[in-house]
Design a protein around this ligand. Structure first.
Ligand SMILES: *Cc1c(COP(=O)(O)O)cnc(C)c1O
Length: 366
C-alpha cells in the first residue's frame, strides 16, 4: 500500500458538495474581489481565532510583510526570528529592509528558545517574530514577558498552526498581530494562494486594510502608498467551507499523532516530538529525529512511504542569505536539526491501514 505525504483528493471528495456550491455561488454573484465572502470569512476566522479582527490578504508571506509595514518597521531596525523556520518568515523581514536577528530553537520543542532571546536584543530591536513551527505553539508567555520589558512588538507566524492552543488560548491571538497562510498544504488550505492577518489592535487592523488595497479605503482616495494583496472571493468562499471542518480535521491529525507517539517510542533511535503540558498542537507536521536520517528515509521509500524534510537547509545557509550575511554566526542547533529531522505522513485523511504501514516499517528499522 502506498502512503503519499499529502492527499488533496480525499479532502475534496469529503467536501465536494459544499465546495462546488461555494464555487457556483461566487460565479453567479459576479463579484470577485472584496465582497461578501471575504467579509464573512474574515468575521468567521476572527471568531475562530478569538481575535477582534481578521484581514484577508494574498498569502502568508504578504500577511507577515504587511504586519511589519503597518508597524513601521524598516531600514536599520532589527527583528528577532527563529533560525530554524521556513524562509518566508525571514523574507518578510528582508522585504521591509529590516535586519534579521536569528535565534536558536529549544532542542525539544523546535520552537524559538526564550532563554536565547534576551541576549539577542539591542537598542535597534523592534519586534520578535515567533513561529509556531510544525503546528506546535511557541512559549508565548515567556516571549511576551521579554517583549514587554524591552518595549518590543510580538508577531506570530501562525502559518502552520491554525487552531492550535497555548494555555487554552488560540494562536493568532497571542501577540500584537499574527500572519496565517492558507496555502493548500496547510491545516486550513485554500484552492490556491491565500492568507490573513489576525489582531486585536484597532489601528493596526485599519492600517493593514489600507495597505492590502493600494492604501485606499474609498475608491480613488489613496491615503498611503499601499500594495495589492487581497484575499479573493472565490478563495474566501472555499475557506469558509473548510473552516467549518477545521477542528474536526485537526482532531483527526491529533489522533494519528497520538498513535505515532505511542507506537514509535519502541524505536530507540528515534526522537519523537515533545509536547509541553501547556501546548495543544495541531500537527501540521509530525517531525522525528534520527541520527541516520538518510537510511530511514530510504527504508521508508522502499516501503512506498513518502516523507519530506522541513527544512533541509536553514535560511542562513541558503544562497538567498549566505552571501548577503556571510558573517552571520553559526547556528549549531538549527544546523544539527536540519540534518536529523524527517517528516512522517500525517493528515486528516490518512487511513488506519496507511498508519499501520508507517509504524510497521519504522519499527522494522531499528
Ligand atoms: C507556509 C509558510 C509561510 C508562507 O505562507 P505562503 O502562503 O506560502 O506565503 C510563512 N511561514 C511559515 C512558517 C510557513 O510554513
Amino acid at each position: 500500500m502506498k502512503v503519499p505525504f499529502l492527499d488533496f483528493h480525499s479532502p475534496y471528495l469529503e467536501l465536494k458538495a459544499d465546495l462546488d456550491a461555494a464555487y457556483l455561488r461566487v460565479m453567479e454573484s459576479g463579484h470577485y474581489i472584496l465582497g461578501g465572502e471575504v467579509d464573512a470569512f474574515e468575521s468567521e476566522f476572527a471568531t475562530y481565532c478569538e481575535t477582534k479582527y481578521c484581514i484577508g490578504v494574498g498569502n502568508g508571506l504578504e500577511a507577515l510583510h504587511l504586519i511589519l509595514r503597518a508597524m513601521e518597521i524598516g531600514v536599520g531596525d532589527e527583528v528577532i526570528v527563529p533560525a530554524n523556520t521556513y524562509i518566508a518568515s525571514w523574507l518578510a523581514i528582508s522585504q521591509v529592509g529590516a535586519n534579521i536577528v536569528p535565534v536558536e530553537p529549544d532542542e525539544k520543542t523546535y520552537n524559538i528558545d526564550p532563554l536565547f532571546i534576551e541576549s539577542a536584543i539591542t537598542n535597534r530591536t523592534k519586534a520578535i517574530m515567533a513561529v509556531h513551527l510544525y503546528g506546535q505553539p511557541a512559549d508565548m508567555d515567556a516571549i511576551n514577558e521579554i517583549a514587554a520589558r524591552h518595549n518590543l512588538k510580538v508577531i506570530e507566524d501562525a502559518a502552520q498552526a491554525h487552531g492550535a492552543r497555548y494555555k487554552n488560548r488560540r494562536v493568532g491571538s497571542l501577540g500584537d498581530a499574527a500572519g496565517f497562510s492558507f496555502y493548500p498544504t496547510k491545516n486550513l488550505g485554500a484552492i490556491g494562494d491565500a492568507g490573513a492577518v489576525t489582531t486585536n489592535d484597532d489601528e493596526l487592523a485599519d492600517k493593514i486594510r489600507l495597505l492590502r488595497n493600494y492604501g485606499s479605503r474609498v475608491k480613488y482616495e489613496n491615503e498611503i502608498q499601499g500594495y495589492n494583496s487581497r484575499l479573493d472571493e472565490l478563495q474566501a468562499a472555499f475557506l469558509r467551507v473548510k473552516l467549518a471542518k477545521l477542528d474536526d480535521w485537526n482532531a483527526r491529525r491529533t489522533g494519528v499523532a497520538m498513535h505515532y507517539l505511542q507506537t514509535l517510542s519502541k524505536n530507540p533511535n528515534l526522537t519523537l516530538p515533545f509536547v509541553p503540558e501547556w501546548a495543544e498542537p495541531v500537527w501540521h507536521l509530525f517531525v522525528v529525529r534520527h541520527p541516520n536520517r538518510y537510511n530511514l528515509e530510504q527504508h521508508l521509500q522502499q516501503n512506498d512511504i513518502s516523507t519530506l524534510i522541513h527544512y533541509p537547509v536553514p535560511p542562513h545557509l541558503s544562497n538567498a542569505y549566505s552571501k548577503k550575511h556571510g558573517n552571520l554566526r553559526a547556528f549549531p542547533i538549527s544546523e544539527l536539526l536540519s540534518k536529523e529531522i524527517l517528516s512522517l505522513p500525517v493528515g486528516s485523511h490518512i487511513s488506519k491501514q496507511q498508519i499501520d504501514v508507517v509504524t510497521k516499517a519504522i519499527l522494522e528499522h531499528m
